[in-house]
Design a protein around this ligand. Structure first.
Ligand code: 13P
Length: 340
């Protein structure tokens, strides 16, 4: 394992003022997103849409990395430029989602298990040769009646650690993502409890499998109220609880934490990240973003499947990238939205 190379990449992924664009939707997820704007999801439409994302003027400046899906890592623009090459030449880092999705966890109603370890070592070598320098694996933790179970947390955190060790062995920085779903009527305390149990199990599994923490990036969910909870925590409370939770569970050796948006609006995702970074808290790791929907939604709606809207969609992506880049420094201001 080349520890120094892993550390350099991990640090570049969380460089001040920059964050990561998640554009690694599997075909079923991409189909859901395209259905919402009435666009057929096929190889050409995915290539057109994702091509506009990776070539958006002014976005890469605020984007340290782009998480791609298998198909996208192999695609090119009409001019024949491979997407990972374009990302690399714009000064950002190409990454790849390597889990193969979730299944219902056997004997554990309501819970999920993430698959993808079989053959992962070989896939990572191929992905590295295609240009990927980091990878992502998402585990899903559901809050509900009597869940998450410790069996679900342990099985998924073990798999995340196993994935991370395969990545580092192949010279690829692992993003470890244990997403605590927002769905449900639970309160913020319940989310906090589930987040702590999950992160404690994750880091214990990473240590046991000799994963180099300095060459790893955590993708976390914010600590917040369930989407159906009658009492919604304020942005300030979310920022405070999230920082407290991470402080208690995440080792100082980690270079950075990047958040997923998970169903928060684009604006909420920006404001809450900014609130954490503007809090003045002395934190041992950087706090940044790896948003999918919160970065893409305005661009996706503007694009609406038409090449005529591509330039305006690119402006929408660059605007969100810039706003979130500022939020990593605690320097976001709502006036940045007015430029839209
Ligand atoms: P969202 O920001 O849309 O939750 O997606 C982030 C992601 O990559 C989840 O794995």
């Amino acid at each position: 394992m080349n520890r120094q190379a892993l550390e350099e990449t991990a640090n570049a992924m969380v460089a001040p003022g920059r964050g990561i664009l998640a554009m690694d939707e599997s075909h079923p997820t991409c189909t859901r997103r395209f259905d919402s704007i009435g666009v057929d999801c096929n190889e050409d439409s995915r290539r057109a849409y994702r091509g506009l994302l990776v070539t958006a003027p002014g976005a890469a400046e605020h984007l340290s990395g782009y998480i791609l899906f298998d198909e996208t890592l192999r695609q090119s623009t009409d001019a024949g430029d491979r997407f990972p090459d374009l990302i690399e030449s714009s000064g950002s880092i190409p990454g790849i989602k390597v889990d193969t999705g979730t299944i219902d966890m056997p004997l554990h109603p309501g819970e999920k298990y993430t698959r993808g370890l079989d053959g992962l070592d070989e896939r990572l070598i191929e992905y590295r040769d295609l240009g990927a320098r980091f990878a992502k694996w998402r585990a899903v933790i559901t809050i509900g009646d009597g869940i998450p179970s410790s069996a679900c947390i342990d099985a998924n955190m073990w798999a995340l650690a196993m994935y991370a060790s395969f990545c580092q062995d192949a010279g690829i920085v692992p993003i470890v993502e244990p997403e605590i779903l927002m769905d449900g009527a639970h309160d913020i305390e319940t989310c906090d409890f589930a987040s702590r149990a999950t992160l404690n199990a994750l880091f214990s599994a990473l240590y046991r499998q000799n994963v180099h923490i300095e060459g790893t990036v955590l993708k976390a969910s914010m600590v917040l109220s369930g989407s159906d909870c009658p009492v919604q925590a304020s942005d300030g409370e979310i920022a405070e609880k999230t920082i407290e939770c991470l402080r208690d569970t995440v080792p100082a050796a980690l270079p950075g934490v990047v958040f997923l948006s998970g169903g928060q609006t684009a604006l909420q995702s920006t404001v809450r990240l900014n609130s954490m970074n503007a809090s003045g808290a002395d934190l041992p790791w950087r706090l940044s973003f790896s948003y999918g929907r919160a970065l893409q939604d305005p661009a996706l709606r503007t694009w609406n499947g038409s090449a005529d809207n591509a330039a305006e969609a690119q402006r929408q992506l660059a605007l969100r990238a810039r706003a979130n880049g500022a939020a990593t420094l605690g320097e976001y201001s709502p006036s940045m939205e007015e430029a839209a």
